[in-house]
Design a protein around this ligand. Sequence first.
Ligand code: ATP
Length: 315
Amino acid sequence: MTPTIVAEGLHKRYQKTVALDGFDLTVPAGIVHGLLGPNGAGKTTAVRILSTLLAFDAGRAEVAGADVTRDARTVRERIALTGQYAAVDDLLSGRQNLVLFGRLHGLRPGAAEQRADELLERFGLTEAAGRSAKDYSGGMRRRLDLASSLIRRPQVLFLDEPTTGLDPRSRNEVWQAVRGLVAEGTTVLLTTQYLEEADQLAERISVVDTGRVVAEGTPDELKSMLGADRLEVVVREAGRVVDAAGLISRITGGVPDVDTDQRRLRVPVIDRVAALTAVVHGLQEAGITVADIGVHRPTLDEAFLHLTGKVEVAA
Ligand code: ATP
């Protein structure tokens, strides 16, 4: 099947700054694909090029079956772009906002009203439909903004940091709305600074750094690029830390990192269940009391830091 978004070798320079330096991306239809990267990595530049808003210096890009340069008009008809700055009119009600958008996009009054009602229902805004948008919560506004970008049923939605500034509850509401869109076949390119958001929503993630994609995969694949899970043991008595280190090393075959002050030992393990069971038994037999024990998967934060050497700061 032809991918819905293809970018090959995109280069873009702003005066002296190289914003994109061989950017490649392939996104199949019907998924959320995350673009994750530190500030200035080139995410916004890539999205602006793919949504036909910005010219580029070299490379090629196709979105929804049309070339973004040669056939920009077709691309525009098939996509929508929505971001953190809601394009909602405060003085109008939720429903009036959507009807207005429908009219602006050339729908007849009856069709605009029907589409508005469908979208209000889909985004859980039917009850609030008649209230003026200025009384909406942050999450409701963001959902209304999402709804307004879907008036024309785009094949591809560019979502730029959709939950920046929202509280956790509103963020969840927006996530639910995005999942609903994808279930209906819309392809979403999600730009986000929140690792958790990419982990929650994106089926695949491209990690962008200094204008190119430095890693690509499912959230789990990106995490496992970091390697093994880590077994972590905290022993009760400081005097037994050295014994515990020797024992854990014999059992797992790895050399544990030891934090003597915290009485904590960490070692990479391959089979998490086997290692945990063997270490618990071994420590018990040696009479070493355990204060805490567990196996930790590397987080997406750790994977990100590993891949880019930078810590992503949520705005
Ligand atoms: P953020 O997460 O902060 O939005 P980003 O990954 O979206 O960052 P871009 O906004 O694409 O990154 O910026 C890529 C590089 O290009 C940065 O170094 C930025 O300073 C530079 N840049 C972006 N827009 C312009 C512009 N209009 N003029 C000059 N330089 C620009």
